[in-house]
Write a protein that binds this ligand. Structure first.
Ligand code: ZN
Length: 242
């Protein structure tokens, strides 16, 4: 199976369109989304509908739940909170329903997907250091767990002795006896100083994972954010990927 793995779209339709086109070109068999479909950008309904139609499975992110009243907006900084309240007002009922009913964890025979951490998925902890990754490794039932949330692509690898190392290499060959937590980066709001949209390919026959980056129409996405009356910073940050 060739999986297309995406996360953190954040209502950026231009980035999502570009990534879905790239996944078609990559001939992926199945697409899975790691959450935060909405929040920040100007096209929440379009991104919800498109993701629902193209992703076979999805998990919920903190912005998704906050935008439908299932996670407290007080947990967010003022700019993120503004965008959450704006999104709440414009989300149509069908999109609200689909966000409300999305699970926190997805598992199949090949992979696990959670937005933040397996330890307390409802709290949306950030996996930044090896100590954070430890708790998730302890709960994994598959060799690979995909995450989003930080918007910074990279992976933790645990060898057979339990030692954990972190890498930002864009490609990874899975080794027997090792386990991996892979952050696939963000489709719609990258924060690793690279403004290109991020997505991931997981090829289970080759046991290879790669993070891809592609151009999209950043200027159009930024224009829509400003026109919608969302905080201008949310448009400006797309230019630099921070
Ligand atoms: Zn996010």
């Amino acid at each position: 199976m060739r999986y297309g793995i995406i996360s953190d779209i954040h209502s950026n339709l231009e980035a999502l369109d570009a990534v879905l086109k790239a996944l078609e070109d990559e001939r992926v068999g199945s697409c899975i989304c790691g959450g935060d479909i909405v929040g920040y950008g100007a096209d929440p309904n379009e991104c919800c509908r498109l993701t629902a139609s193209r992703a076979a499975n999805a998990v919920a992110g903190n912005h998704d739940l906050a935008c439908v009243g299932l996670f407290p907006p007080e947990y967010f900084n003022p700019i993120a909170r503004d965008a959450i309240l704006w999104t709440r007002d414009v989300l149509d009922p069908l999109c609200q329903e689909s966000l409300k009913t999305t699970d926190l964890i997805f598992r199949n025979q090949d992979l696990t997907f959670v937005h933040g951490s397996l330890a307390r998925p409802q709290d949306f902890d950030y996996l930044i250091m090896a100590a954070h990754a430890r708790e998730t490794f302890d709960l994994m039932e598959t060799q690979v767990c995909f995450v989003g949330h930080t918007h910074i692509p990279g992976f933790f690898a645990e060898d057979s002795s339990g030692k954990i190392v972190y890498s930002q290499s864009p490609s990874l060959k899975l080794e027997p006896g090792c386990r991996y937590i892979v952050n696939v980066g963000s489709v719609g709001q990258p924060r690793d100083s690279n403004p290109l949209a991020a997505f991931c390919i997981f090829d289970t026959s080759r046991m290879e994972i790669s993070i891809r980056r592609i151009k999209y129409d950043i200027a159009a996405a930024r224009r829509k954010i400003i026109k919608a009356g969302l905080p201008e910073f949310l448009g400006d940050r797309l230019l630099s990927g921070i």
